[in-house]
Design a binder for this molecule. Structure first.
Ligand code: Z5A
Length: 208
């Protein structure tokens, strides 16, 4: 049996990932496909603790970019080995709310961590594991953050300066340009249009 696909949704905060996931799940259900949903950081009991740790606002301690990066990869490897691979082995599709591209964009682009540190960690942790398809919902940070703010309180990362998000977005777009498994979608369009485009790409890619 062919390995069940791993599909990831990515984007800056407020890009509409949660909303878009609803359209992806509707497509899976229409096609009677068994799936699980994951999120990163998080998705296992230990990874959820790491998520809380990395998102917490700390007045008394600076979180270094390197610590943040390592927490993301510790969370990711727990999820891949304990949840994603076992689900795929059972024939279940996996829908990920964020994955490795987030680290490359946020820690690589936003925090400015060099590839000479990120790449060996990726290689050691992922061992070639990668999504079959990634949707990157592209939005200018000022619009995404406005949506996120309207929804509620912001966490430690969401409270960063605008340049952090501008650099993160630029890195997302740079990586997407050189990888045809990453599909860029304009997230400024109405949610229904974004949803239709996602579903059309799923149909085209998986020929159902
Ligand atoms: N992070 C990292 O740095 N490195 C890593 O490796 C990983 C993650 C894996 C995770 O936070 C944080 O960790 C994140 C990146 C970092 N931090 N930041 N900053 P999270 O999981 O808590 O948050 P998030 O991933 O950014 O999700 P979000 O804020 O919930 O955004 P969203 O899911 O994309 O947005 P939404 O809830 O679907 O939509 C937001 C609002 O906009 C909502 O009211 C919608 O109704 C509305 N919306 C949605 N679509 C539209 C359209 N098309 N038009 C108008 N309005 C819309």
């Amino acid at each position: 049996m062919q390995k069940a696909p791993f599909i990831v949704i990515e984007g800056l905060e407020g890009a509409g990932k949660t909303t878009a996931l609803g359209y992806i799940k509707a497509w899976l259900e229409q096609n009677s496909i068994d799936y699980i949903q994951t999120r990163e950081p998080g998705g296992t009991p230990m990874a959820e603790q790491l998520r809380d740790l990395v998102k917490a606002i700390r007045d008394n301690e600076k979180v270094t970019p390197e610590a943040e990066l390592l927490i993301m990869y510790a969370s990711r490897v727990q999820l891949i080995e304990n949840v994603i691979k076992p689900a795929q082995a059972e024939g279940k599709w996996v829908i990920g709310d964020r994955h490795d591209l987030s680290s490359r964009a946020y820690q690589g682009g936003g925090r400015g961590i060099s590839d000479s540190l990120i790449e060996p960690i990726r290689k050691a942790v992922l061992k070639g594991f990668e999504p079959d398809l990634t949707f990157y919902l592209d939005i200018p940070p000022e619009i995404g953050l406005e949506r996120a703010r309207a929804r509620g309180e912001l966490d430690r990362i969401e409270l960063e300066q605008m340049t952090f998000f501008t650099q993160t977005r630029a890195k997302y777009l740079e990586i997407a340009q050189s990888d045809d498994k990453i599909k860029v979608i304009n997230a400024q369009q109405p949610a229904e249009i974004v949803g239709q485009q996602l579903q059309a790409l799923l149909t085209e890619y998986f020929k159902r």
